[in-house]
Ligand binder design. Structure first.
Ligand code: NAD
Ligand code: SIN
Length: 504
């Protein structure tokens, strides 16, 4: 099933002598379902960057209209293969089929949003008479070859969110999908191929960490558009420190809080928290992992949340569950370890996550609700359970007495991606929006499910101030400003404006 890397407009299998290793990929939702063996090669990184560099000159000169029409053809290919895409995402990473369908429609929509909305941010513009007799103008130019490094949890939508704006602004691309989702990466390459992109404009290299590292540090790569963990993002930053000119757009993790205030609609808050914490088995950068509840609602909130969490269906992606499995066995082990840590730190485990044995063997787990007793800022700061991004279905719930304390608790994290506020009061929401140290603050809506029509990015350990989604074009193109004088005045006239030149 695996066709190798996609370089210079064709799939190339890794030959025995070039192979740097291989791995077998299995569905986390059914360990009996193997997707095949993927070979990778360090030499392919060199070949893919070479191919992308060679294609760069012609691609940046291709008119925007032609680039748009090729991307529309790519969009059409995704549409045609929508069912195949959704099934493959679900098979490969285990998320329910209904959820994979929403991922694929986000990929389709991304093309139109980039063309219609994001490209406006990098439109050329002019300022007449920016100085006397001078036209000011600005044009945006591509950086060159962009390396796109993808995560596993949205194996199509998130890399696509970098690739589409990178191509549209005139860059060429080398994409390395997550080693946990090589098949979705391959299907994207097939869509670019079928759309008829010129050879070398889009390239794909399969591989694990070392392939990603070699790609990031390659001197022919002008920028690294990364979505993944803080640890790997920081590693990429360190590895490229001597290449200070490289664009690094780092979309990293989250430890997101939901605030439930005393006037909130309790059922809405419970519903949205359930979705925020447990959708995709908590494997979203935007997942809620801490719920900060006004004391007056704490008991009924926990009770209802527990009842709803016990009731939802966990299972194979084809069976319409609410939640599928974790991605692999090490994610399950890590989840179990952190539940133990929560207990040792004194949390009351209202619901204790455990590995589940379902009819199809997979990495299924039950969710966790941990009630933090007598919380304090000091305790939050020291809590490994409350500070670490778990990427698993686990919620810490804590009660607070006033809004200042709630905001302080929410900010007591090294991450800064998303927060949600549940309250009838716009004043409460506005205060939270002003004071929460995050890139997105939602009101009466879950932390997950961001819109591609808005910027998406966080502060602190969550990002490096290059938000993606709507604003992705801004890190894909550099402004070039000009002072234009089409018909300069004679030199003696110019010189007369400057004392002391003695021009004549
Ligand atoms: P990860 O960081 O483990 O891996 C991401 C990618 O980096 C993979 O393709 C991997 O092969 C590659 N990689 C690993 N080491 C590398 C190195 N040294 N140099 C270059 N590349 C390297 O992340 P993951 O487990 O796939 O995804 C989960 C993480 O992603 C979570 O932390 C989550 O919060 C984050 N995430 C962030 C966003 C966002 O938009 N902010 C969205 C989704 C996921
Ligand atoms: C993610 O990128 O991990 C989640 C984004 C979202 O929920 O919208």
């Amino acid at each position: 099933m695996f066709r190798g890397n996609y370089i210079q407009g064709q799939f190339v299998q890794v030959s025995g002598s070039e192979s740097s290793g291989e791995w077998i990929t299995r569905s986390p939702a059914d360990l009996g379902d193997s997707l095949g063996s993927v070979a990778y090669s360090y030499a392919a990184v060199e070949e893919a960057v070479f191919s992308a560099r060679n294609a760069q000159r012609a691609w940046r000169r291709t008119s925007l209209e032609d680039r748009v029409s090729l991307l529309k053809r790519y969009q059409e290919q995704i549409r045609i293969r929508e069912a195949e895409f959704s099934n493959l995402i679900s098979r490969e990473i285990g998320k329910p089929l209904w959820e994979s369908r929403t991922e694929v429609s986000a990929m389709v929509n991304k093309v139109d949003i980039t063309i219609q909305d994001s490209m406006k941010l990098v439109q050329p513009f002019q300022i007449p008479a920016v100085m006397p007799d001078t036209l000011g103008s600005c044009q945006y130019r591509p950086h060159g070859v962009m390396a796109v490094i993808g995560p596993f949890n949205f194996p199509g939508h998130l890399p696509n969110g970098h690739i589409v704006p990178a191509l549209l602004t005139g860059n060429t691309v080398v994409f390395k999908p997550s080693e946990k989702a090589p098949a979705v990466g391959q299907l994207m390459a097939e869509c670019f191929h079928a759309a008829g992109f010129p050879a070398g404009v889009f390239n794909l290299v399969q591989g694990e960490r070392e392939v990603g590292r070699r790609l990031s540090v390659h001197p022919g790569v002008a920028g690294v558009l990364f979505t993944g963990s803080y640890e790997v993002g920081t590693r990429i930053k360190q590895d490229t420190l001597q290449q200070h000119w490289k664009i690094l757009a780092l979309e990293m993790g989250g430890k997101n809080a939901t605030l439930v205030w005393d006037d909130a609609d309790l059922d809405v808050a419970v519903h949205e928290t359930l979705v925020s914490g447990f959708l995709t088995a908590g494997q979203r950068c935007s997942a809620t992992s801490r719920v900060i509840v006004h004391q007056s609602l704490l008991e009924p909130f926990v009770e209802r949340l527990h009842a709803k969490a016990k009731a939802f269906r966990i299972g194979h992606w084809s069976e319409e569950p609410f939640m599928g499995p974790l991605i692999d066995s090490s994610a399950v082990d890590r989840y179990m370890k952190f539940i133990g840590i929560a207990a040792r730190e004194g949390a009351e485990l209202i619901m204790r996550g455990k590995a589940l044995e379902l009819s199809r063997p997979g990495y299924y787990v039950a969710p966790t609700i941990a009630w933090i007793q007598t919380p304090s800022l000091e305790q939050t700061r020291r809590s490994v359970f409350q500070q670490t991004e778990l990427f698993a279905p686990a919620l810490a719930v804590l009660g607070v007495a006033d809004l200042e304390e709630a905001i302080a608790q929410a900010n007591e994290t090294q991450y800064g991606l998303v927060a949600s506020v549940f309250s009838k009061s716009r004043d409460v929401f506005e205060k939270c929006r002003e004071e929460l140290e995050v890139g997105l603050v939602n009101w009466n809506k879950s932390t997950v499910g961001a819109s591609s029509k808005l910027p998406f990015g966080g502060f602190k350990k969550s990002g490096n101030h290059f938000p993606t989604a709507l604003t992705a074009t801004l890190y894909c193109a550099a402004p070039v400003s000009s002072l234009e004088v089409a018909e300069p005045k004679p030199a003696e006239v110019l010189a007369s404006a400057m004392p002391g030149l003695n021009w004549s």
